[in-house]
Design a protein around this ligand. Sequence first.
Ligand code: 8YV
Length: 313
Amino acid sequence: MESIGVLMLIPMNSYLEQELQRRYNLFKLWTAPQKPQFIKGHANSIRAVVGNASAGADAELIEALPRLEIVSSFSVGVDKIDLAKCREKGIRVTYTPDVLTEDVADLAIGLMLAVLRRLCESDRYVRSGKWKKGDYKLTTKFSGKTVGIIGLGRIGMAVAKRAEAFNCPICYYSRTEKSDTKYKYYPSVVELASNCQILVVACPLTEETRHIVNREVMNALGPKGVLINIGRGPHVDEPELVSALIEGRLGGAGLDVYEHEPEVPEELFGLENVVLLPHVGTATVETRKVMADLVVGNLEAHFLNKPLLTPLV
Ligand code: 8YV
């Protein structure tokens, strides 16, 4: 398979890079001083693209690669890939579902605990020596709080299962009510936010779900409510989130994702009721290795004319 050209869009995992390099003629887009010229120069040998949550095959890239057969994404989220164009051109698309579900759901629970129990602030309190001068303030209990989940897919279900172990009543919003769950369904996000104390975003990013958490939803969640975003930044209207937190209309937020990563609104840096993570939902050694193996496994299957392991298109 030496001569098959694979274009990797950005550096994402060194093990994945090595495994691709061993099998294919790997083109690393980020090493090119002039990206459009680089793509043009290798367009006739590139048959696969490897991207991730921040860089995918958009319409422009797909058009520029006439021999493209498959896009193998190192992510479960595929919002950066033009799926319609891939379908139209018969380009296969694979992703990495299931293998990362536990990590993302674990992190959602971690963010809930971190925001309500003020774990990061407590840590700073000890490190700065302030403990020696007084008592730390009281925080907010997590067990038993009602958790509302936007999107009851694989990750949403895994969050629900974990939160249940903390005796949290679970409710959810999704486009349609699920027949196979006992959790309470609300037909709108505003109703969900009005009836829960912790609101978790766990749905895919699409045109329909962009800014699904808007001013109205934040107001419905209220001054004691906490927003947890482990989905995608654009699910939340970020300037509205900043105002809601600063004005005290929203109680707190635990964020792993942002509208313009790696840019994070600086107004959030001074707020102690906010916990900010650098998009690390799947970032464990174990999970990233399995994700990498799946990216490579899908490419191998494709080029051997075998069934894809995790096809999306
Ligand atoms: C990563 C993700 O950020 O799977 C997703 O959708 O957001 C994450 O796994 C990323 O793709 C790894 O580079």
